[in-house]
Design a binder for this molecule. Structure first.
Ligand SMILES: [Zn+2]
Ligand SMILES: [Zn+2]
Length: 238
């Protein structure tokens, strides 16, 4: 088996460790808990479908809508970690499908997003810092955003740049995350009227909100922040 399996299925599933093409097998992908479509109409937090939950009322988000497809649990955490350090397009595509599939249906309709490209619409991402880009050799946020956009027929455009270097959000407490991202991004290109920002994990919404602020400062009118996963209990996710 060994050599041929290595050749055909060079990756191990992040969930179960079996050899699989794409780094995430069907069974493990199927077991990742999906987030409901109904929830906070502003930030996507699970709960009653009203606009503005306690979480986003304290954030004052610059984005118009946010939504995340799955819970940030063990398998997604391992997958995102692997994507940060290894440039695996197939794993990015498998993760991207978790977000792209609902967006091609009811989630996309609910968020008012197009099925395919339309004028005045583009997808983008918050780029990683220069330092981490040099260290890792690739930008996992870009890779994920490109995979999601490709699956949906959306143009993926590098609309955002870094105004300054920032420490990784994952090491910071909630209040520090907001300070850390304050004015950290700028529009690198004039954005179209409507933009979706695609990210891996939504924790406090600080990055999504800063991306929306920068895009709107550059001329965007409507910004929807899409996350692959949501950390449901940020204080325990540290
Ligand atoms: Zn698996
Ligand atoms: Zn909310």
């Amino acid at each position: 088996v060994g050599a041929l399996a290595d050749l055909l299925y060079p990756e191990l599933c992040v969930g179960c460790g079996r050899r699989v093409r794409g780094g995430l097998c069907r069974q493990c992908a199927g077991r990742i808990p999906r987030l409901p479509l109904a929830g906070c109409r502003r930030c996507g937090a699970p709960g009653p479908g009203v606009a503005g939950c306690p979480e986003c009322r304290s954030l004052h988000p610059a984005f118009d809508r946010a939504w995340q497809a799955v819970e940030f649990g063990q398998v997604v955490r391992a997958a995102v970690h692997r994507l940060k350090y290894r440039c695996e397009r197939s794993l990015a595509a498998a993760l991207g499908d978790l977000l792209a599939e609902p967006l091609a249906g009811p989630a996309g309709i609910r968020l008012g997003l197009p099925a395919g490209s339309r004028p005045g619409f583009a997808a983008t991402w918050a780029p990683t810092t220069e330092g981490r880009l040099r260290e890792r050799g690739h930008d996992h946020a870009r890779l994920l955003a490109e995979c999601v956009a490709a699956a949906l027929g959306w143009p993926a455009v590098p609309l955002l740049g870094r105004a300054r270097d920032t420490p990784p959000q994952a090491r910071l407490a909630i209040a520090e995350r907001r300070r850390n991202m304050h004015d950290a991004l700028v529009a690198a290109l004039p954005p179209p009227a409507e933009v979706v920002v695609i990210d891996d994990v939504y924790t406090t919404g600080a990055t999504a909100s800063e991306a929306a602020r920068a895009l709107k400062a550059g001329g965007a009118v409507r910004v929807v922040a899409l996350g692959l996963a949501r950390a449901l209990r940020p204080e325990r996710e540290q």
